[in-house]
Ligand binder design. Structure first.
Ligand code: FUB
Length: 306
């Protein structure tokens, strides 16, 4: 009996569903997850919420990286990227995403710009998903001077990148307004004009993914935030709004999602404030299943607390 007690809970139940141990990171507060799959592992990239208990503001100086082959046991990698890695950035390691192209890993980040008012988007590059990452440009890729300043200080945050099957890469981002632009094949320069996407009650946190012939643009809507989504036959739209995908996250006024396929099943990675002493500025990343209907629309995510 003593032996039985010491056994860890099984990771997988008989119908082959993973029992997630949410939140997946308990030793640190993590936020704004992005995820990718490489060589049989899921990599989750997060911001690091460093606010003290009761401190009502974001304190975010670095990004973190975790990986897993079974989605139950996660390895923390050494800190792969900090605000200080971008000489032109002042503060705020806000939401980000890493994408792989031709064996290189490009990390698009939101940060506060030193000289251009407001937030800006930068890009770092590495030869491995865990780094070391270095600033790929030495300057911001997008600044507030380039967009229409709907919400001047927060316009240019929350980058998400899709490399389409055609090889064309697209960068989407925004707060209040949702923007997109093509990226050159080098992944570090915009290619053409910045366009605006019209979506109902767009707050922030766009994430674009493709399944079959459908493109999906999910995003944070309202405030406190739910996750809504739209679908299109093209990465350039038109996007058709489909409804709410994820309800309010426990104890967090923001939500932020990554949707991806791993070993033939789909997952929804997001954050909440569910850890003891957690909250709006002390968030935690969780993962749950993402299910599709027969007509390719998305089922609402069922969030599992632990
Ligand atoms: O974590 C800072 C900001 O809060 C992110 O950039 C937004 O998506 C929201 O989660």
């Amino acid at each position: 009996a003593a032996c039985q007690k010491d056994k860890p809970a099984p990771f997988v139940v008989p119908d082959n569903q993973v029992v997630f141990r949410n939140p997946i990171v308990k030793a640190k507060f993590t936020a704004d997850p992005a995820a990718l799959v490489h060589n049989g592992r899921m990599y989750i990239y997060t911001g690091h919420d460093e606010a003290a208990t009761g401190q009502n503001q974001y304190v975010m100086n670095e990004w973190l990286c975790y990986s897993s082959s079974d989605l139950a046991t996660w390895t923390e990698h050494p800190v792969p990227l900090r605000v200080t890695d971008f000489s032109w950035a002042r503060a705020d390691a806000w939401a980000s995403q890493v994408v792989e192209r031709n064996g290189k890993f490009y990390w698009y980040v939101s940060v506060d710009h030193r000289t251009v008012p407001g937030k800006a988007i930068g890009v770092a590059v590495a030869n491995s998903p865990t780094g070391p990452f270095v600033d790929a440009r030495g300057t911001a890729l997008v600044t507030n001077a380039m967009t229409t300043a709907v919400n001047t200080f927060f316009d240019d945050i929350d980058p998400t990148v899709l490399v389409d099957d055609s090889g064309q890469a697209y960068l989407y981002w925004g707060n209040t307004a949702c923007y997109y632009a093509k990226l050159k094949a080098n992944m570090t320069e915009l290619d053409g004009p910045i366009q605006t996407i019209s979506l109902p009650q767009f707050t922030e946190a766009p994430w674009v993914h493709k399944r079959g012939k459908w493109y999906y643009l999910s995003y944070a809507t309202g405030f406190p935030e739910r996750i809504a989504y739209a679908m299109s036959r093209s990465p350039e739209g038109p996007w058709v709004y489909k409804g709410i995908l994820n309800e309010l996250a426990t104890n967090s006024n923001t939500n932020h999602q990554a949707l991806l396929d791993f070993k033939g099943k789909w997952y929804f990675v997001y954050h909440n404030g569910a850890l003891p002493t957690g909250g709006d500025f002390r968030r935690s990343v969780s993962i749950d299943y993402l299910n599709y209907n027969a007509d390719s629309t998305l089922q609402k995510v069922v969030m599992t607390p632990k």
